[in-house]
Write a protein that binds this ligand. Structure first.
Ligand code: ATP
Length: 308
């Protein structure tokens, strides 16, 4: 059978609608209730097969940024996309892909799981490139080996993650929601934010799913969803980046029905009642100087998809 030489996969960013974080476990991880929502801010990942005689032990990486700086994307074997390629090659008993090119729209170290999205895209691309026939479950198991946030972008939509966040259950969410993301010039380290969380909340309770959020999603009620958005990591992110308080305040004042730090930050996410309000809100955030760069997006959208 003919197999392609190059496969391109489009993969979405996520915002957390609820992120409830338990105390640090003995293994260093935290138990989470993590409601993921895939939004229309996409990276495009192109994977090229190794040449017929080549047996590279790691793909050659390149990256370009469509929005914001590409700085911070490692181009060596530590990149999650490269790790995904090596894991897939081992699982499928194939030579590692020759090249991976990342077209990044998802902010780097922005709390929107861009690296995890790229890793998920590589798993899907390799599966297609080699016609390997890995099932959704097999792809999900490989994703969970790479990190807690890698399985969700395979699935997309809206889903709740438990355990470390990697045990996913899709949620009933018929609505379409309009978002504004306020990007930051510099990233925040996820590890540093969890460390600050442990310092601030040594007594954190076990994480619980918020029934108001589940109801708002099932009813496609944007106002109720805005009121129910929550992120336990927000206080820790604001402690490390107090300037984000002003961004959140500006977004609320400009008409957002909900505002929160996305994941471990520093991207701030604003829910708007409709697309027009989202565009006006983005313009006002930039005009007022609260933030230099915004992106308007909607959710939810499908997970990693082969586009070429
Ligand atoms: P998360 O919310 O999943 O913790 P994040 O969205 O805050 O992550 P990423 O963009 O995934 O952040 O990047 C976190 C760090 O991972 C970066 O600072 C970078 O050093 C490293 N990294 C590894 N692979 C990638 C990738 N493909 N794209 C961007 N960063 C990557």
């Amino acid at each position: 059978m003919n197999t392609p030489n190059t496969v391109t996969v489009r993969v979405p960013a996520k915002v957390n609608l609820q992120l409830a974080v338990g105390p640090a476990r003995d293994d260093g991880y935290h138990d989470l209730v993590n409601v993921f929502h895939a939004v229309s801010l996409f990276d495009e990942v192109t994977v090229t097969a190794a040449g017929p005689h080549a047996t590279p032990d790691a793909p050659q990486l390149s990256a370009e940024a469509q929005t914001g700086p590409r700085a911070g994307v490692p181009l060596d074997g530590t990149n999650l996309a490269s790790r995904a390629a090596r894991l897939a090659a081992g699982a499928c008993d194939r030579p590692c892909p020759g090249r991976i090119h990342l077209r990044k729209n998802i902010p780097v170290a922005g709390g929107m799981a861009g690296g995890s999205a790229d890793a998920a895209a590589v798993l899907v691309a390799c599966n297609t490139l080699w016609n390997a026939g890995l099932s959704e479950g097999e792809l999900g198991s490989l994703a969970a080996e790479l990190g807690s946030d890698v399985a969700f972008p395979l699935l997309g939509g809206t889903a709740v993650g438990t355990g470390r966040g990697e045990q996913l259950t899709p949620l009933d969410s018929p609505g379409r929601y309009h978002w504004v993301f306020a990007l930051s010039e510099t990233g925040l380290s996820t590890g540093a934010v969890f460390g600050e969380y442990d310092r601030l909340r040594p007594d954190a309770p076990a994480p619980r799913r918020d029934p108001e959020l589940t109801r708002a999603l099932a009813a496609a009620d944007a106002a109720a969803l805005g009121a129910a958005l929550s992120n336990d990591l927000q206080r820790a992110a604001l402690s490390l980046r107090p300037d984000l308080e002003g961004v959140l305040r500006a977004g609320r004042a400009a008409g957002a029905s909900g505002a929160l730090v996305s994941g471990s930050g520093p991207t701030c996410a604003f829910l708007a009642g409709d697309e027009g309000t989202a565009r006006a809100l983005a313009a006002e955030l930039e005009r007022s100087g609260a933030c230099q760069h915004t992106v308007v997006a909607h959710g939810h959208v499908a997970g990693a998809t082969v586009v070429g």
